[in-house]
Design a protein around this ligand. Sequence first.
Ligand code: ASP
Length: 470
Amino acid sequence: MPRHSLGDGGCLPSVTENFIMKVCKFGGSSVANAEQVSKIVDIVLADNDRRIVVVSAPGKRDADDTKVTDLLIECAEKALAGADYESIFTQILERYAEIQRDLELADGIIAEIEKDLRFRLGGEKSHKGMFMDCMKAAGEDNSAKIVAQAFQARGADAVYVDPHEAGMFLTDDFGNAQLLDESIQHLHKVLTGRDDIVIFPGFFGYTRDGRVATFPRGGSDITGSILAVAVNADSYENFTDVDAVYPVDPRVVPDVKKGIAAMTYREMRELSYAGFGVFHDEAVIPAVKAGVPINVRNTNRPEEPGTVIMQSRRVEPGTVVGIASADGFCNLYVDKYMMNREIGFGRRLLQILEEEHVSYEHMPSGIDNVSVVLCESDFDKECEARVIKRIYAEMNPDDVMVQRDHAMVMVVGEGMHYTVGLAAKATAALASSGVNVEMMNQGSSEISMVFGVKSDQRVKAVQALYKAFF
Ligand code: ASP
């Protein structure tokens, strides 16, 4: 039996023993309107290996628009407060109705979505997180239902699959749920060996006692990654609205043209740490652990090969894959004569931070001094005052200083491993652009160099490094 037939009577080749399995995830911009949904159908039907489709809730149609998930949150908040939510409810329903009308789908789907939303709104409200998750999940759940209809209208054998029936079981940390291990087996059973195309809603699953629970925001990427693992996918295609992951932020270097063709998971992790925003690196942990290659692609330009992220790749020695940067860091500097001889100094310093619930990012040190790089958001002025007071009281230092408004700039590439002269090249580029390096960390990671600079020099630093390495 052919896996899916085309509306014009033609048939795509049937599945053979050696088929390749691709899981495709489409983000909010790819389901924002009928035109985008049609592109999803085209993309999936153009490749017989694309067998599982994960969708987000409809996102923004233009810069001033609001994502359906945000509308649902607002609606839920109004319902919890006992306020009138009808106008926002109508806006949500209209987002789906617009897609249904423009794709000329049967209008029964809108009555079904309305019933679903009313049912959720009438649910138990004593637990805010639980109610909120049930409302938020409506975005992707109904998106998957309408996308499945769009496929069916084109004659494809596609079905909406309910995460509950498929066994996507999560912890009851509402809004921040984690996958329960047993889910992979359930999902494997339900999703493999099928001839049809599965349309699966992203972002949520169910607790063991049947409550809806969502992943953190942006969590459809997590769903896609989990399904890719469950079905042993050959590729996890993550469709978004950029052609590829770029070696540098195009807002900082506008003339960057060529995307990254391939990078390793380690490179992705280092780059996304410092602001590479295509997806959240945590979202793809399941795929990374299982070694499933991730292919970032553009729904609007599917002919582009995108960026493949995988376990290992061939590298040219001395080459760099990308330059990333992020603001929002500060530097806690501690100086004490003979620090290197004092056993336990580092542990006691980190223990103070631990007891104040501050996690540290980097810790370059000298013989008599150490810098601990922290996220400014974890280290407000009150926390700073407590930490400094404790360091003086418990560690007897000569000097303690906090410098704020720092940025981290990272040069990343597997090809940097064992290559002499890269640090010199980087520092020379920074120096000739007048960038003052406040901190440098090279060698802890084989594949990156980190520079701490003042935030107001971040853009200049990235531009200088890009020019030097690309
Ligand atoms: N719709 C959810 C959000 O906006 C999840 C997602 O799109 O991945 O966060």
